[in-house]
Design a protein around this ligand. Structure first.
Ligand SMILES: C[S@@+](CC[C@H](N)C(=O)[O-])C[C@H]1O[C@@H](n2cnc3c(N)ncnc32)[C@H](O)[C@@H]1O
Length: 281
């Protein structure tokens, strides 16, 4: 169990998909065109990236979903079975048909703290890691980039949290809670003290030092009244993370009560999408 609730991943999926930035996505589609492609998805969760990207890739795809949490991978199997037009397979591997594409999916329960870059990633044409790198620390990221560069893989890393959150209407404690939440984002998440809001910048720098080209663009969640459930979950998550810190604002419960009451006002959460392509590609 990684601490990522399947219901949280389900709630954010439609907002994640509509928030993906056009630039990196268009370059990704242009790079792989309609050719057969193999993809390794690191920290795949319930398979959201597959459902976002498969319609933009060719008619023959092989995906390996890699995550440390077997319960999330089980959820991914269920979600993919429901999403596909037709399914074959025993659950260990699936053969999906979706809108004319054939998509083979394998599931790998792997702790990326132990193995930064599983063989399935080295062997893939494309490595994907969505909403993942802000969990990683500097040393882990540096080692990961070395392995990525050795394999000369392309990396698509959308939805890296950039430290900005805004709610409407504003509350006096918004900034103090955000500072506490962002401090929590920099704590240990299993891959060393996490880079949190600095992760996208460091990822691009480390890859640039290996000759990689970065296509970067902002991919904020823009939340409105229809996203009220997600905003409520976001507020609860922020308050619970901020409460774990000694410097948590005393009035956190009041802030949470106000924010939950005003959740229909929505807000925004900042992210960065990165496409990193190896030298010469
Ligand atoms: C924020 S969720 C993103 C899930 C999915 N990529 C998406 O976009 O919906 C982060 C995912 O990374 C996985 N994860 C976190 N730390 C991990 C680790 N050390 N090894 C493997 N997976 C990990 C979690 O289990 C979770 O599924």
């Amino acid at each position: 169990m990684s601490g990522f609730d399947p219901s949280w991943l389900d709630l954010r999926e439609p907002v994640d998909h509509r928030s993906l930035a056009a630039g990196p996505l268009e370059r990704l589609t242009a790079t792989f065109g309609g050719a057969p492609v193999s993809v390794a998805d690191l920290g795949a969760g319930s398979g959201s990236a597959l459902r976002a990207l498969a319609p933009r890739l060719g008619r023959s795809q092989r995906w390996t979903l890699i995550d440390s949490d077997p319960a999330l991978l089980a959820h991914a199997r269920l979600r993919l079975r429901a999403w596909a037009d037709a399914v074959e397979g025993d659950g260990e591997t699936l053969r999906l048909n979706k809108a004319g594409a054939t998509i083979h999916v394998a599931f790998l329960a792997e702790e990326l703290a132990r193995d930064h870059f599983p063989q399935a990633a080295a062997a893939a044409d494309l490595v994907v890691a969505s909403a993942f790198f802000d969990l990683a620390g500097e040393a882990w990221l540096a080692a990961f980039i070395e392995r990525l560069a050795a394999a000369q893989n392309t990396l698509y890393a959308p939805l890296i949290y950039d430290g900005l959150k805004r709610f409407a209407p504003a509350h006096d404690l918004d900034q103090a809670v955000l500072v506490a939440f962002n401090d929590h984002q920099r704590s240990e998440k299993g891959l060393g003290p996490a880079l949190g809001p600095d992760a996208a910048r460091r990822l691009a720098e480390l890859a640039g030092a290996q000759g990689y080209r970065a296509t970067a663009a902002a991919s904020p969640w823009r939340l409105g009244a229809a996203d009220r459930s997600l905003t409520e979950a976001l507020v609860r998550g922020m308050a619970s993370a901020a409460a774990q810190l000694p410097a948590a604002p005393d009035a956190l419960p009041k802030w949470q009560a106000f924010r939950l009451g005003a959740a229909a006002g929505g807000g925004a959460v900042g992210h960065v999408d990165l496409l990193l392509t190896p030298p010469g590609s």
